[in-house]
Design a protein around this ligand. Structure first.
Ligand SMILES: Nc1nc2c(c(=O)[nH]1)N[C@H]1C(S)=C(S)[C@@H](COP(=O)(O)O)O[C@H]1N2
Ligand SMILES: [Mo]
Length: 424
């Protein structure tokens, strides 16, 4: 029998208390000095608080004012065609509130009313159709949680460690519960008889903004799990996420998630638009391009500690936490290394089972105060293991921007300060 679970032995008791002292997380307790926060009447208990209607639509409390999207000004020439980043270092769980979910626009976010909204389905269909917003609300709808990751997420890190914060290295991602009508339902309404064989058929999807952001999606995916969504996390989409209607393309690169969705054309070939040729492809060393890289491969990152989330509590018990996701389905396991990938411990998943959605992992551990090289490594249901940066460079060369899903390293020093470094 394990000593520590024997109920009465004096040795076991002493051993137990020693472990508890090292492991104690309750800092101020006991010790005789009165804590005025406990013993004295505080302002907030002497007056009344805010009335129920003070903020009819609530905002985060002002003490959390730095948990906001941020951009990196030098990355793009203008905020109209730009990107900002989700503050994933400061969030927990898996759902991203819309108010701090990253935005990516090619020609700015547009204001489109539900009344002005039209969705056309044309091309190789039996009956070209136009849906109003109200029409969409009359069709059977579903709820699903999915992550949306821009293919450029972590793109600045290909050549070496560059941006010092997980918000900037991995924050082109959000994860919401979408309410919408399966695209399949709309295509069936329009009738797919005219397409006959679906084998080489595509849908071309575009938005109502000036950029239109047109993309071709193979029919097989269009009929599988794509959603025409009008709610996120229970409420209307925010303007910046495509109000009133956006496309949700589970597991596939964010660029295909067309916002302000206005037209779906069934075609017998891919359109080869700007967004799927000159952009969102990667060039190999020999000049040929890696194209149709739709699926976001399994990836993970430690969100805390990280450069924006130093360890402030000294050594002893600590929680290492992060996010993992795979466009191929479920995350089955995440390992964490404290020594730059030499040894690994398996983390605990916050919840099992979501497919193509963010998974939260925790490693409940004890920090001895020594510097660490923290890494996480995700595995998905296909057996795929997240690669190192060197493994990825070997396959893809040095010219790539998109689809960097390599293992990230944070160097944490003895003071608990974390820094973006590369260990490959
Ligand atoms: N109509 C339209 N849809 C669009 C874009 C756009 O500029 N216009 N940007 C795309 C890109 S590149 C990404 S990564 C996602 C970002 O979605 P978000 O702004 O809701 O985070 O939207 C995609 N859909
Ligand atoms: Mo993107």
């Amino acid at each position: 029998m394990d000593e520590s679970v024997k109920p009465t032995s004096r040795r076991a008791f002493l051993k137990g208390t020693a472990a508890a002292a090292v492991g104690s997380v309750a800092g101020a307790a006991a010790a005789g000095t009165p804590d005025p926060l406990i013993t004295e009447l505080q302002d907030w208990a002497s007056i009344t608080g805010a009335g129920v209607d003070e903020t009819p639509y609530g905002l985060p409390i002002r003490f959390e004012a730095d948990v906001i999207r941020r951009n990196v000004e030098w990355l793009t020439a203008s905020p109209i065609s730009s990107i900002n980043f989700t503050p994933i270092h400061a969030l927990d769980g898996t759902i991203t509130p819309q108010g701090c979910a990253f935005e990516r626009h090619h020609s700015g976010a547009i204001e489109l009313t539900k009344g002005d909204y039209r969705l056309m389905i044309n091309g190789l269909v039996d009956r070209p159709l136009v849906f109003t917003y109200e029409d969409l609300e009359r069709l059977p709808r579903e709820n699903h949680v999915y992550f949306c990751e821009c293919a450029a997420n972590t793109g600045m890190e290909w050549a070496g460690a560059q941006l010092n914060g997980v918000q900037f290295t991995h924050g082109m991602i959000h994860n919401m519960e979408y309410t919408g009508v399966p695209l399949r339902t709309l295509l069936n309404e329009a009738g797919l008889g005219a397409t006959r064989d679906f084998e080489d058929k595509w849908v071309y999807v575009e938005g109502a903004d000036a950029s239109s952001n047109g993309r071709s999606i193979p029919m097989e995916k269009a009929l599988d799990d794509v959603l025409v969504a009008f709610k996120a996390n229970g409420e209307a989409l925010r303007m910046e996420h495509g109000y009133p209607v956006r496309l949700v393309v589970p597991g596939w690169e964010g660029n295909m998630w067309v916002k302000w969705l206005r037209r779906i054309e069934v075609t017998d070939a891919a359109v080869e638009s700007r967004e799927e040729t000159s952009k969102y492809t990667d060039v190999y060393a020999d000049g040929t391009a890696r194209k149709w890289t739709w699926v976001m491969d399994a990836k993970s990152v430690i969100t805390s500690p990280s450069p924006q989330m130093p360890i402030t509590h000294g050594n002893g018990p600590m929680v290492i936490s992060g996010l993992a996701w795979s466009g191929h389905g479920q995350i089955t396991r995440v390992d964490v290394s404290k020594d730059g990938g030499i040894t690994w411990e398996t983390a605990r998943l916050g919840k099992q089972g979501d497919t193509k959605a963010l998974a939260r992992f925790y490693l409940d551990t004890v920090w001895d105060g020594a510097p660490m090289l923290l890494q996480s490594r995700a595995m998905d249901e296909t057996g795929y293991v997240q690669p190192t940066k060197d493994q990825l460079r070997e396959q893809r060369g040095e010219n790539s921007v998109y689809h960097n899903n390599c293992i990230q390293t944070w160097y944490v020093n003895a003071e608990g300060i974390a820094e973006n470094v590369e260990v490959s």
